[in-house]
Design a protein around this ligand. Structure first.
Ligand code: DGL
Length: 266
């Protein structure tokens, strides 16, 4: 088992922020990434549809004989994590619990903001995860549907992004939050802008970093640590033509992205 790869999936390029952290934090692991680019975005779709997509993605990765599954998408984690964990025999790690745990650790006043896609916010998954950690936490959430296209457009420092960020975050800041959870895999790209708008007194929690830590812990608990030295390059699969994934994904990964294979999940 330990020499098998870790399977990571997302609706598209966003999960590459998690993959990047995995490469940094668990460098001895082989990684297989699946971006469901034919059906992105998940964030605007119903829970029933996202649940079906998540199971199809998981089954594809299981066919690749992965030893652990990372649901590197907040929307899919919000609606499908429990079902995936119950359905398959390998450990399944989502992005919501790790981010929520960290937010509780760093918040001094117990007032926590969460930003994410419409699907993630509507699901209430972050409120539940935060309350499990601390019953009296006060949670303020905001769906920020423009952030995904802005991040993919490479507009992290653009004036349009600044205006959108101010608009989305003003109600949360008015509630006195001291911590903001980036509840979408695209948002780490917007971190400098988000920090600028919320100011230095608000801590940002990046679920990509926290998820990679949770994966390292699961590998250790289940004695699944890989010893690849150095690990081979990740294998990339997408469900649509690879061009856009390679171009936009390179920016998410911080290095050129090549060798992407198109597959069908049907
Ligand atoms: N990866 C998704 C998430 O983290 C954002 C993109 C989408 O809507 O599919 O929620």
């Amino acid at each position: 088992m330990p020499e098998r790869a870790i399977g990571v999936f997302d609706s598209g390029v966003g999960g590459l922020t998690v993959l990047k952290e995995l490469r940094r934090q668990v460098p001895g692991e082989n990684l297989i990434y699946l971006g469901d680019t034919a059906r992105v975005p998940y964030g605007t779709k119903s829970a029933t549809t996202v649940l079906r997509y998540a199971h199809e993605a998981a089954r594809f990765l299981l066919e690749q004989k992965v030893k652990l599954l990372v649901v590197a998408c907040n929307t899919a984690s919000a609606v499908a994590l429990d079902g995936l964990s119950e359905s398959y025999q390998i450990p399944v790690v989502g992005v919501i619990e790790p981010g929520a745990r960290r937010a509780i650790e760093v918040s001094a006043n117990g007032r926590i903001g969460v930003v994410g896609t419409e699907g993630t916010i509507r699901s209430g998954a972050y409120e539940r995860a935060l309350r499990r950690e601390r019953a009296d936490v006060i949670v303020h959430t905001a769906a920020c549907p423009l952030f995904v296209p802005l991040a993919e457009e490479g507009w992290a420092g653009h004036e349009v992004t600044r205006l959108a960020t101010r608009e989305y975050l003003a109600p949360l800041l008015a509630e006195g939050i001291d911590t903001l959870v980036l509840g979408c895999t695209h948002y780490p790209l917007l971190k400098p802008m988000l920090q600028e708008v919320v100011g230095p007194q608000v801590r940002l929690v990046d679920s990509a970093q926290e998820t990679a830590k949770a994966v390292a812990a699961q590998l250790s608990t289940h004695r699944l640590q890989g010893q690849a030295q150095p690990a081979s390059s990740p294998r990339y699969f997408v469900t649509d033509i690879p061009d856009r994934f390679e171009r936009v994904g390179g920016a998410f990964l911080g290095e050129p992205l090549q060798g992407v294979t198109t597959v069908s999940l049907d």
